[in-house]
Ligand binder design. Structure first.
Ligand SMILES: Nc1ncnc2c1ncn2[C@@H]1O[C@H](COP(=O)(O)OP(=O)(O)OP(=O)(O)O)[C@@H](O)[C@H]1O
Length: 233
């Protein structure tokens, strides 16, 4: 479904991704692991079209990626805290609504769809509360509902649980896996916790210095990704 092929990204003169190939199948949760600075977020941003790709291509089902194909969930949860949970979920539909209709308030069918998305993440009963009154884990689930309301085929999650406690992290990862498995989405999640990836992902990709150095079973040893190269004396 999602294919990143031969992706090279440079920040100024410095290459940070060197011809990276990554695919995510429909119905699959792929975890991207790697040490700080290995290029995980840059890979996700390249997939989302948020950084210019010097070489390579991003396709969804073999076609050049369309902006609406992909929804992004960030580590820092960007909800409008003083608006309701439902309004925040509705915002996922903005990309396909004419400007005028969103200025007048979300149409009924969008509100119904957003309610269904909130139900999907287990938060329909909080729909009319202010988003800012929810816990961090609940807010991240609202962000997932907003992503779903975009009707994407691919979900890209950039360290979605880094700010959450262990129980909320398990819940959000389990939700992302469920969306992949039951809704047939391709989900790519950048993670800092190999143990979470082992429990929830279908496959892991490991990056080191902007290159893919492992790709396979989620419970394989990944220590080598985090080993600091010892200085040669
Ligand atoms: N906007 C930017 N301008 C210049 N260099 C950048 C920029 N963003 C990232 N980099 C550099 O690119 C490299 C890869 O960064 P990236 O954020 O993709 O790594 P990461 O694996 O996600 O790291 P972390 O785990 O710390 O979030 C790093 O050396 C970083 O300093």
């Amino acid at each position: 479904m999602l294919a990143l092929t031969d992706i090279t990204v440079r920040y100024g003169e410095r290459p940070v991704l060197h011809g990276v190939d990554v695919t995510v199948a429909r119905g699959e949760l792929l975890a991207v692991l790697g040490a700080n600075g290995s290029g995980k977020s840059t890979l996700l941003r390249a997939a989302a079209g948020l950084v210019p790709v010097e070489e390579g291509r991003v396709t969804v089902d073999g076609r050049p990626r369309d902006r609406l194909d992909l929804a992004v969930v960030f580590q820092r949860i960007h909800l409008v805290r003083r608006r309701t949970v439902l309004d925040n979920a509705c915002a996922g539909a903005l990309g396909r609504l004419p400007l005028r209709s969103s200025l007048l308030g979300f149409p009924r069918e969008v509100r119904e769809e957003a309610m269904a998305c909130l139900d999907r993440v287990g938060l329909a009963d909080r729909a009319h509360d202010r988003a800012g009154s929810l816990s961090g884990g609940q807010q991240q689930r609202v962000a997932v509902a907003r992503a779903l309301c975009q009707r994407p085929r691919v979900v890209l999650a950039d360290e979605p649980v880094s700010a959450l406690d262990p129980a909320a992290s398990e819940q959000v990862l389990a939700l992302l896996a469920e969306l992949a498995h039951l809704e047939g989405l391709a989900v790519l999640a950048v993670l800092h916790q190999p143990a979470l990836a082992a429990r929830h992902a279908d496959r892991v990709v490991g990056l080191r210095d902007g290159r893919v150095v492992l790709d396979g079973a989620p419970d394989q040893p990944v220590d080598s990704l985090y080993q600091v190269l010892e200085a040669v004396s």
